[in-house]
Structure formats: structure tokens, C-alpha cells
Design a binder for this molecule. Sequence first.
Ligand code: HEC
Length: 166
Amino acid sequence: MSFVFGVGRVAAAAAIVSCLGFTLVQAATPQITTQVKSRQDKLRDMGGALKAITDDLKKPKVDWDNVIIPNAQTIKDRSAYLLNWFPKGTGPETGVKTYALPAIWQKTADFERIGKAAQAEAIKLDQVANSRNQDALKAQAVALGKACKACHDDFRSKDYEKENEE
Ligand code: HEC
């Protein structure tokens, strides 16, 4: 009797677990996938904007109105929200394709400090763009690139470089 009871309990527990697993996956995946995809899109926009600026800087005279100022604005605006794009539960443990490393949620203070430093560099880039000083712009684009890289070095998977060769 106790044997039958034991089996029954195990079966019931297994049913509850598989049922929970099923509903959790069903409920969470589409939302998390959207969240991750949306942050990757916005990060890619920032990457594209910074590249547009550094490419333009290779020319003897940059195009302030059509290239530099609008792209600097994009980077400043996007980076202001950067730290909101990584809520807990949107890391690789979800099974969603992401280059975000678990370290983001383990060393949150470091992540936020580096994020805020990048935001400050993005604000400066926008100011320099509006000052229309090409030498200052060149220096600030380098400074910002370093600030982006500082975060990628610690918090973005190296698979990103492997899978997305420039
Ligand atoms: C505070 C950390 C942090 C800062 C600062 C940061 N990034 Fe990232 N970035 C990440 C993480 C984490 C990912 C991976 C996101 C993912 O895959 O879910 C990423 C991904 C990217 C991607 C790849 C998007 C894709 O999937 O195609 C680009 C491009 C990018 N970042 C550009 C930039 C640029 C440009 C800057 C600076 C203006 C910057 N990032 C600043 C953390 C950061």
C-alpha cells in the first residue's frame, strides 16, 4: 500500500513539475525574446551611429548636419536607456539567443558604473558634435568607443565578435 502511495506521489509531483514547466515556457519566452531582440536592435542602432561618425571622420571635412549631429543625438538618446534594457531574467539562462553574460546580474554595481560612464561619454559626444570642432570630435569618438568596449569586455560574450565579423 505504501509502495503504491509512494509511486502515486512521485507521479503527481512529476505531473505538477512538467505542467509548471510547460506554462512557464509558454508564458515567458515570447516576451523575453521580444525584450532581448529589442535591446539588440537598439544596441545595433548605437553601433551603426558610432560607425557612421567614425567613417565620416576619415574624410577631410565631416558633414555636421546630416551625419555627425543626428548620429551623436541617436547615441546620446539610446544610451540614456541602456541600463533599463537588462532586467533580471533576460540572460542566457532563458534559452533566448543573447550575448549578455550572467555577470551583468552578478556584478550589477560594476555593470551600472560602466554603463553610466558610457552615458557620460555619449553626452559629451553630443556636446562636441554641436560645437562643430572636428579635432575634439575625433578625440571624443575614441573616448566613447573605449567606454563601449569596457562594457563589452566584461559583460558581452566573446561569441559576438566570432559570429559577427566586421
Ligand atoms: C553597460 C554595458 C554596455 C555598454 C556601456 C555598451 N554596451 Fe553594447 N552591448 C552590451 C551587451 C551586454 C550586449 C549584448 C546584448 C544581447 O545580446 O542581449 C551588447 C551588444 C551590443 C551590440 C550588438 C547588438 C546585436 O546583437 O547585433 C552592439 C552593436 C553594441 N552593443 C554597441 C554598443 C555601442 C556602440 C556602445 C557605446 C556607445 C555600447 N554598445 C555600449 C553592453 C553594453
